[in-house]
Design a protein around this ligand. Structure first.
Ligand code: KIV
Ligand code: NA
Length: 264
């Protein structure tokens, strides 16, 4: 494998090769995932939960994201590093640019932000300044208090239609990748077919261009109940963590993950 770029990911979509994405928060796991063939390391603001033990992503600060981005980048040889813009660091294009620049200086190759068509101007501003953007639609954890919980999105025809429009608006504005979280498998497939850019699903069915999981979820060490859309790849794996991550990559590539029981 040579260095993964957004162009590489675009080519994989075109070729019908599934893209394996995993969250990472430190250098050790970044090395493990990178060497297992994970193409994108996502420094997710899910670190609020899995690193900090908070009950949402809202308390995560830009400074904390910068620290973890630096750690992950240090362990990434070939994988593309994408860092989340945390809660309230992109309320308008000017603030977004400042926040995103800080993540890029920390070593991110791209940044991710949560939301729909209303972010088009922000995405355009970042792209115009050389900052690749990954969108994030469906369940938006930073908006959990607005939505009233972590629940499947886009179930109604109207919601699905609005999500497709949002995804198009983000792509049109220059987004080069899109994460879609917790939607019916049919909508995950529709988004992936409709868009030119790679669509990476989490709880979005088997027919997206790639999959992403939270590292702790796929190792089965998340406190409490594991999310329905995740699978424990460590359980019973004789090669431990490295084997679990390789098994995840293999299952994403051959389409055996996600299985029907992981889908909505
Ligand atoms: O923060 C995160 O881990 C994420 C993924 C769930 C997509 O945004
Ligand atoms: Na996130």
């Amino acid at each position: 494998m040579s260095k993964i770029t957004l162009k590489t990911l675009q080519d994989k979509k075109q070729a019908g090769e599934k893209i394996a994405v995993l969250t990472a928060y430190d250098a050790s796991f970044a090395v493990a995932a990178d060497s297992a063939g994970v193409e994108v390391l996502l420094v997710g603001d899910s670190l609020g939960m899995v690193m900090q033990g908070r009950d949402s992503t809202l308390p995560v600060t830009l400074e904390e994201m910068i620290y973890h981005t630096r750690c992950v980048r240090a362990g990434a040889k070939e994988a593309l590093v994408v860092a989340d813009l945390p809660f309230m660091t992109y309320p308008d294009p000017a603030h977004a640019l400042e926040s995103a620049a800080a993540l890029m200086r920390a070593g991110a190759h791209a940044v991710k932000l949560e939301g729909g068509a209303w972010l088009a101007d922000t995405v355009r501003r970042l792209a115009h300044n050389g900052i690749p953007v990954c969108g994030h639609v469906g369940l938006l954890p930073q908006s959990v208090n607005l939505v009233g919980g972590y629940r499947v999105q886009g179930r109604s025809a109207e919601q699905a239609h609005e999500m497709l429009n949002s995804a198009f608006a983000l792509q049109q504005a220059g987004a080069l990748m899109l994460v879609v979280e917790c939607v019916p498998a049919t909508l995950g497939e529709e988004l992936s077919r409709a868009l030119d850019i790679p669509v990476i699903g989490i709880g979005a069915g088997p027919d997206t261009d790639g999959q992403v999981l939270v590292l702790q979820d796929m190792l089965g060490i998340t406190p409490g109940r594991a999310p329905k859309f995740s699978r424990n790849f460590l359980a019973g794996n004789p090669e431990g963590v490295q084997g679990a991550i390789s098994a995840y990559v293999g299952a994403v590539k051959d389409g055996s993950f996600p299985a029907p029981e992981h889908c909505f």
